[in-house]
Structures are given as C-alpha cells and as structure tokens.
Design a protein around this ligand. Sequence first.
Ligand code: NAD
Length: 360
Amino acid sequence: MDMNIAVIRGDGIGPEIVNEAIKVVNKVCEKYNHNINYTDVLMGGASIDVHGTSLTDEAIATCKASDAVLMGSIGGDPNTSPWYKIDPKDRPEAGLLKIRKALNLFANLRPAVLFPQLADACPLKKEMADKGFDMLIMRELTGGLYFGERKTIEENGEKKAIDSLTYSESEIRRIAIKAFEVARARRSKVISVDKANVLDSSRLWRAVTNEVAKDYPDVTLEHMLVDNCAMQLVKDPTQFDVILTENMFGDILSDEASMVTGSIGMLASASMNDTKFGLYEPSHGSAPDIAGLNIANPLATILSAAMMLRFSFDLGKEADDIEAAINKVLDEGYRTGDIYVDGLKKVTCSEMGDLVAERI
Ligand code: NAD
C-alpha cells in the first residue's frame, strides 16, 4: 500500500516522540511491504517562529492532500514563551482549533487503557486495577456548547453571560455512526452519555442514537446520565467499551478516564472526519519542562500511529503488531521515567522507540 502522511512534529517534546513513532511505523511497513511518503508540516510555535502564525493555509492544504496526519504536540509554557505574547488568533492553540475545523474533524477517539503492567500507577483500588480496563471515548468535537452562540449582555444593571448548546440531528447521527462502527471492531457495546433528564439537546441525542442503533443489531446500546458516568468511571471502569458523548461531556470525561489509567504518557488519540481521514496525536501536551532531554515517553505517540494504521488505512494486523511489541517491551520491564518504578529498567525516549521497533 502507498501512504501519504503529513507529519506535524510540533513543539516541546513533539519532535522527539514523533521520531520514535516514525521509527516504529517504518519498521512495520518494511515488514509488510508498504510505501510511505512523509511530508513535514509546521504548526504551533514552530510555525509562529517561521510564519508569525501557528497554522498557514499552505499547511492546511498539505494536510488535506495527505491520507492522514501524524502529530506530536504543540505549544510552550504560556507563562514564559513569546508565542503567548502575540495576537490570540495566531497563538499555538488557535492552530489546533483551526485545523480541526478546516479538516472537519468532528469525531475525537480517545482510548483509555490500563495496561496490566502499569496497574501500580492506577489510582483505583488494587482489586479494580488488577482487572485492567480498555475503553474508548468517542467525543463529538465540533458542535455543542464550545461552538454555540455566546454573548455577554447587560440586564437589570448586571452582566449576564449566555452560551448556547445546540446539536442538529445530522451532527448527532454522524458521530453515533462512528461510535457504532468502532464498537463493532471492539466488544460491541456503546454507552451513550447525556443529560436527557434536563437538556433538550440530550433528548434529541438519545432519540437519534436509538435510531442509528437499529442499523447495528449486533451492537448493544445503553444510555447513561453524565453525572452517573462520572461516578461509574472511578467505581468500575471495566463496564465500558465505547462511550459516545457530546463535546463538553466528552472533554471532561476523557480527562477523567485518562487520569484513572494513571499514565498520561501512554494515551493515544485520533480525530476523524466522515471519511477515513484522521489526525493522530498523543493525548498529552508538549511537556516543555522535559523538552530536548530525551526522557519523554513516546508510547502514546506510537499508539496513536497504530490507530492511524488501523482507522485510516485498515491495516489492523500492522496495528496489532505495534501494540503487541509495546506489551512485550513493558512485560520485559522497560520503562521511561514517567512510568518507572524501582527494580525495573529505565530507558530514554529513543531507547524506548528502538525497543518497540526491534520487537516488530
Ligand atoms: P503536558 O501534558 O504537556 O504536561 C503535563 C505533565 O506531564 C508535565 O509534567 C510533563 O512533563 C508530563 N508529560 C506529558 N507528556 C509526557 C510524556 N510523553 N512523557 C513524560 N512526561 C510527560 O500539559 P501542560 O504542561 O499543561 O501543557 C504544556 C503545553 O502543551 C501547553 O502549551 C499546552 O497548551 C500544550 N498542549 C497541547 C496539546 C496538543 O497539542 N493537542 C494538548 C494539551 C496541551
């Protein structure tokens, strides 16, 4: 297969972790005889330094012309970096919102997996952590409260702020279809999370999700209120396979789920449109505090690259190979500093990439 991949190395630890992901992707593609063409794209602080803005139209065009985008992470320390002293529309995070919009990336997939080898990092009770868990949060990314009309008005002598939460049937349908499709390739269970006891948008969400479910008789659908879901995530995360939810609930629940794993350096993510196109990046930020030290954990980025092979290129076997290699490296006791515990073998970012690539 021929693949055209746009690569955003980004800022901070971004270039280091992307190097390791590319090392592993190259190894698996060599094994299965795939051809990859990488095109570097500037975004975030790296783009501000050259173009004065975090994302140019040319950069967007390059991403659009590719089959998928592999990204590290962007941004610097907001307290000290000059990237935060320029017009807000040109700052690093503005580029992130711009690329999601330009590429119509409405579906955010965030797996939260507790690797049994890292159970000690899980803040839950040992009986629960020992069971391990593997869920995926499907968050709607371009609608709802964050994109609705907002204003602050003056009424009866005081200020009043208004944010609107809107969803159309088509916006709900397309993300629900993504959730059911992904669930089919996993354990075939979708839990749709809403606040249907209060919100009209949630009642429509529930109705449309029920309709979509009729096309997926092999997948179980349950509904859960968001407050209950927040509790269940810490009570028993093993009950979840795919969680389907709107933008703001997904923002909060995906961070909660990742904290429950206890290992931010292990969490991948994908943002997709209604084709196979996606942008793949780790869930963590650019970690400016450890940039350039070759100590970052590259596994979240390597797992994001595995998601890219699985979802954008239908290369499930290749993705399985990468995940198996990571499991093997963890079984053998290799750890970067963030997941290291006494008695195991501490390795650098590039050594971790080498170890995974060698086991493919
Ligand atoms: P962060 O995730 O970068 O760092 C939080 C802590 O986790 C730090 O101590 C860091 O050293 C550690 N950490 C993160 N990833 C790690 C890894 N792979 N290996 C080892 N340790 C790791 O969050 P932050 O400090 O709040 O943000 C730093 C910058 O990243 C900010 O500019 C922020 O806006 C940006 N950011 C970007 C994205 C993105 O590009 N999608 C996402 C989140 C934050």
